[in-house]
Write a protein that binds this ligand. Structure first.
Ligand code: FES
Ligand code: MG
Length: 592
């Protein structure tokens, strides 16, 4: 029965497995599943077929825990009266895929859409973890719109090195500065990096992985408390079981992504992102999900709904602790509980639990106020993303929660002009150019410079690279200057602690303003007005356009070429623009 309409509802999988009009096709669809021992009675029973989108593999070590967890998912599905069918998704490993994992997000999205649409699947468990594996899964679920539930793999245990917490990614950015300054040697650098990865799981910092899994939970797409459970904890296996059970129930209840992914839910997610000090990759990923879900969301929503909120989660890179402490302190529900007390949670949003978000987080106050601060005692005020524009780009963002006191004092507290900085631009075309020339004495880089990188956006790189958090030349590091203002049309790692101006859109490679800046130009950054401009007059900019857009490398693979021809701006989610028109695709059945 359809619990919404009380009318008998036929599962879409029966169109394959029990179709009297196409008995020949039904036979063909059924027979090969027999070869591993599944029976026709099972497939024709009218029980929901639950796909398990397996993102874990040896190539995606961050998600590899799912290879084991899936046993508990299957148990849950069977106990709730469903039939599990596991299948692989395109692997995406953030730290290893060259030229960047971002290139593969839209490819994995396309692949999953085809699987969910073209196979006999009534509902799906989306296994997530590493950065891009959460957004591609939710983008596909939004497009196809069959009942879907997210199972995060969870972060690794806390990393330690020399009696200090060593957080994934963050320890690398910090150690490479020490290496360049001559404070540590290469072996110590390697030890610190390896110390940050003590177990299965994804990054244990509030990098893009933890952020995106928190976003999935904040949107209502995973069970309450799912995101933060460390991968090796017993609770992770229990969550896998409950998620499997719930996957069957949401098919019977016909709860689809379109019931959950509303504008109110996205606003909830934006607010949670500020409170946790979430990744700068969240805006493009949430935008991508929203566009595939048909939800009206804009970059300005981050300014409007996220900027003025405080940072509450004391987790690296904006804070001190890592995933285990965050989980024990209450995780995402404790963050949502804070919003609820402030009247800042859109309470009525439906979630995969079948209840509203407010019902889910009732009584979930944090038990550790050192790690999840109350609103009255935040780690930082106004900790959201600043959304900027100017003649260098129409839109870019800056993560204000990672601005250090030192950086603030040096650049943003000039007498009489708080929040305004002017500096000489040093322009790099891609990261090879940066590495080549950053220590070149002829550039004369000092603390009054702004480092600019272009050719790093979706079309330019291709895929958009995490390269904007450029570190200063060694000579400055040795003087104790650990970061310069940086601007770029690429992204930066969610684990980075740099207050870069990034995701600049439109990018240089499609003729955005960054294409026309030159080394030596003065750049003016005004945080109060949210502006970033090169102080070059329009006539001169027009003249420079005659030189053409700075060159970027040619496509090296077929997908790179197709990606470049189809991708939109980072500020609009960097989605396949042609894909956005396809909504609710499972509402029609594929041809036989
Ligand atoms: Fe995979 Fe961070 S590299 S989660
Ligand atoms: Mg990354």
């Amino acid at each position: 029965m359809d619990q919404k309409t009380n009318a008998p509802r036929r599962l879409r999988s029966l169109d394959w497995f029990d179709n009297p009009d196409h008995i020949d096709m039904t036979a063909l669809y059924l027979e090969r599943f027999m070869n591993y021992g599944i029976t026709p009675e099972e497939l024709r029973s009218g029980k929901p077929i639950i796909g398990i989108a397996q993102s874990g593999s040896d190539l995606t070590p961050c998600n590899r825990v799912h290879v084991d967890l899936v046993r508990r998912v299957r148990d849950g599905i069977r106990d709730a009266g469903g039939i599990p069918i596991e299948f692989p998704t395109h692997p995406i490993f953030e730290n290893c895929k060259r030229p960047t994992a971002a290139l593969d997000r839209n490819l994995a999205y396309l692949g999953l859409v085809e699987i969910l649409y073209g196979y006999p699947i009534d509902g799906v468990v989306l296994t997530t973890g590493c950065d891009k594996t959460t957004p591609f899964a939710l983008m596909a679920a939004a497009t196809v719109n069959i009942p879907a539930i997210v199972l995060s793999g969870g972060p690794m245990l806390d990393g330690w090195h020399e009696n200090e917490l060593a957080g994934s990614g963050t320890v690398i950015w910090r150690s490479r500065r020490k290496l360049a300054a001559g404070e540590i040697n290469e072996e110590q650098f390697m030890d610190a990096a390896l110390g940050s990865a003590p177990s299965v799981g994804h990054c244990n910092t509030m990098g893009t992985a933890s952020t995106m899994n928190a976003m999935a939970e904040a949107l209502g797409m995973s069970l309450t408390g799912c995101a933060a459970i460390p991968a090796p904890y017993r609770e992770r296996g229990q969550m896998a079981y409950r998620t499997g059970r719930r996957a069957v129930e949401i098919v019977h209840e016909d709860i689809k992504p379109s019931d959950i992914l509303t504008r109110d839910a996205f606003i909830n997610a934006i607010r949670v992102n500020t409170l946790i000090g979430g990744s700068t990759n969240a805006p493009p990923h949430l935008m991508a999900m929203a566009r595939h879900a048909g939800v009206d969301l804009h970059l300005n929503d981050w300014r409007e709904h996220g900027y003025k909120l405080p940072l509450l989660a004391n987790v690296q890179p904006a804070g001190a602790y890592l995933g285990e402490r965050f989980h024990r302190a209450g995780g995402v529900p404790a963050i949502q509980w804070e919003l609820l007390q402030q009247g800042l949670l859109n309470e009525n949003c439906l979630t995969v639990t079948g209840r509203t978000v407010a019902e889910n987080v009732e009584g979930r106050e944090s038990t550790d106020r050192e790690v999840i601060r109350p609103f009255a005692e935040p780690l930082k005020e106004n900790a959201g993303f600043s959304v900027m524009r100017g003649n260098l780009f129409d839109a870019a963002i800056m993560k204000t929660s990672v601005i250090s006191e030192e950086f603030h004092n040096r650049y943003l507290r000039q007498p009489g002009k708080e929040g305004v900085f002017e500096g000489r631009a040093i322009v790099f075309d891609g990261s090879e150019d940066y590495h080549h020339r950053i220590n070149d004495p002829a550039l004369n880089i000092d603390e009054h410079c702004v480092l600019v990188i272009r050719g790093a956006g979706p079309v330019g790189w291709p895929g958009s690279a995490e390269v904007v958090n450029m570190q200063p030349p060694d000579a400055l590091l040795k003087k104790g200057i650990t970061s310069l203002p940086t601007i770029g049309d690429g992204r930066q790692s969610g684990t980075a602690d740099s207050p870069s101006i990034l995701n600049a859109s439109p990018e240089s490679a499609v003729g955005g303003g960054l294409a026309w800046i030159r080394t030596g130009d003065i750049v003016r950054i005004d945080l109060n007005e949210g502006r970033c401009d090169m102080l070059v007059d329009d006539a001169e900019i027009e003249l420079r356009k005659k030189d053409g857009i700075p060159a970027v490398p040619a496509s090296a693979t077929p997908w790179q070429q197709i990606y470049r021809a189809t991708v939109g701006h980072l500020s609009e989610g960097a989605v396949i623009e042609q894909a956005v028109q396809f909504k609710n695709v499972a509402a029609t059945m594929p041809r036989h």
